[in-house]
Write a protein that binds this ligand. Structure first.
Ligand code: MN
Length: 487
């Protein structure tokens, strides 16, 4: 899907045609320059002077499949009553870019004409008021338009807005139900579709097995070549790898046929399959598909969305699970992994394909899986929980490290990190907020991007940072609970 953003610049007729021509020319130049440094094209649409021009461009944005968001800016003063109809109807993500064409105040050149032309400081305040007055969700980014820091913030907002578009198109293919008796992976699928746009539906495991049986040797050979190119094969059990390839091809065919971008399955429902998809799920995630274990369709959809928001439209984000702690003083870490399914986009080095026995579930044969260590560096973990009547997105800042132990007998991919503000306080905060054991771990989606995404999706957002205390968080959750009951 081709995606672009629209640039709409505010002005008015007061200043005469010359000023409007200058504004128009500069807006064109800025959009062209910014397109070179932003991840998606910024298409200049109009210098708006009337209520109708604004309403028209908003209507066109709402109906454009390519338009993933609108960026507005007021080069001059632009009276905001003429923005009311347009902004009220705007259904696409909105960023108010408070910038200025010139960087410096030119000492000799400045006079009242210069001031009237370059009065974004004035115009953007009027524009900001109407956004606030309309209670319209929006991102405000301020700064000089050639500044790299500003580019990064606009780029991140664009990625978050693309996450909104991906969310609204999201289809999740479920094989089997949730793991029996588990609460946090449950949720209201009707509410998820209303609020987040996710179409979550089920397909029979028997249909998947039928699809697997129809996969040809030639198709498996081709995928085996891809595996060999991307990973080190560290097992003689070629049959197990080929079986995973068969599973992957069949799942992918079914998802592509239905336009699904994410899937879930459960080890409790593998009827007719010899192995839980391990390598198969991992390689599908590497291709950009979302995945959630134990029927967790919420984390599956969120994984696909985060991947789409990351670098190059398929970033370093993965389905993750908090497994166990290292509680030695001064070396407190969480160890995250899953039974098999961790996306290799997290890997520090080339992953190895290994086969091992898997005791959980109905695995007749040892499943092949990718084994690797996660990268070190700042990252986040994120989860969506269903609070009953609303969804809560919880994000925690983490510092991933090279695992401090080699763990030679652990037959799965592993990531080690310290949660903010420190491991035990971080765990207290996460548990107080109701955060799940399943998360998306991402190295290139920031908490700010997910805050922007949550604002645009109109769901609750909780962020646990280096400055969070359990006391402050408890108060925040209490206030948010009241607000979200009233909304
Ligand atoms: Mn799990």
């Amino acid at each position: 899907m081709k995606r672009e953003f629209w640039f709409v610049v505010g002005s008015q007729f007061l200043y005469g045609p010359e000023v409007l021509e200058t504004v128009d020319a500069r807006a064109k130049e800025m959009a062209a320059e910014l397109t070179k440094v932003l991840p998606y094209p910024l298409v200049y649409k109009v210098t708006a002077k009337t209520n109708k021009e604004i309403a028209d461009v908003v209507r066109a944005a709402n109906y454009s499949a390519e338009c993933a968001g609108v960026i507005t800016w007021c080069h001059t003063f632009s009276p905001s009553k003429m923005w009311i109809d347009g902004l009220r109807d705007l259904q696409k993500p909105w960023c108010h870019f408070a910038t200025q064409y010139n960087k410096e105040i030119p000492n000799d050149e400045i006079d009242m004409d210069f001031m009237n032309l370059n009065q974004a400081a004035h115009g953007d305040r009027e524009h900001g008021f109407i956004g606030a007055r309309l209670r319209k969700p929006r991102k405000v980014v301020a700064g000089y338009w050639r500044d790299e820091k500003v580019h990064k913030r606009l780029a991140d907002w664009m990625r978050a807005a693309v996450g909104v578009a991906v969310s609204k198109e999201m289809k999740v293919m479920r094989f089997g139900d949730n793991m029996r008796e588990v609460a946090v992976t449950e949720g209201d699928k009707v509410e998820a579709q209303i609020q987040l746009g996710w179409q979550v539906n089920t397909w029979a495991v028997g249909d998947l097995v039928k699809e697997m049986n129809a996969v040809t040797d030639a198709e498996i050979d081709a995928l085996m070549a891809e595996y060999k190119a991307a990973y080190d094969v560290a097992t003689d059990n070629v049959a197990a790898i080929r079986y995973q390839a068969r599973e992957e091809i069949a799942i992918k065919k079914m998802m592509d046929r239905e336009g699904c971008r994410a899937f879930s399955n459960t080890f409790q429902d593998l009827y007719g399959m010899e192995q839980l998809p391990g390598l198969a799920s991992q390689h599908l995630m590497a291709l950009g598909y979302g995945y959630g274990g134990e029927g967790d369709w919420k984390v599956s959809a969120l994984t696909a969305i985060c991947k789409a928001m990351g670098e190059g439209g398929n970033g370093s984000s993965a389905f993750m699970e908090d497994y166990t702690y290292h509680l030695v003083e001064g070396k407190e870490y969480s160890l995250g992994a899953h039974m098999l399914e961790v996306c290799p986009s997290l890997a520090a080095d080339k992953p190895r394909i290994e086969t091992h026995h898997l005791g959980i579930g109905m695995n007749e044969k040892d499943p092949a899986r990718l084994v690797f260590e996660g990268k070190a560096g700042p990252a986040i973990v994120a989860t969506v929980i269903d609070m009953g009547g609303r969804f809560r997105l919880i994000v925690q800042d983490i510092e991933a490290v090279k695992p401090i132990l080699p763990m030679p007998n652990l037959p799965v991919a592993r990531v080690m990190w310290r949660a903010m503000p420190d491991l035990t306080t971080g765990v207290e905060c996460w548990i107080t907020a109701g955060g799940a054991h399943h998360t998306v771990l991402s190295y290139d989606v920031s908490a700010e991007m997910l805050r922007d995404w949550a604002r645009m999706m109109d769901i609750e957002f909780v962020h646990i940072t280096k400055d969070t205390t359990p006391e402050k968080l408890e108060d925040e959750l209490l206030v948010k609970d009241l607000i979200w009951k009233l909304k």
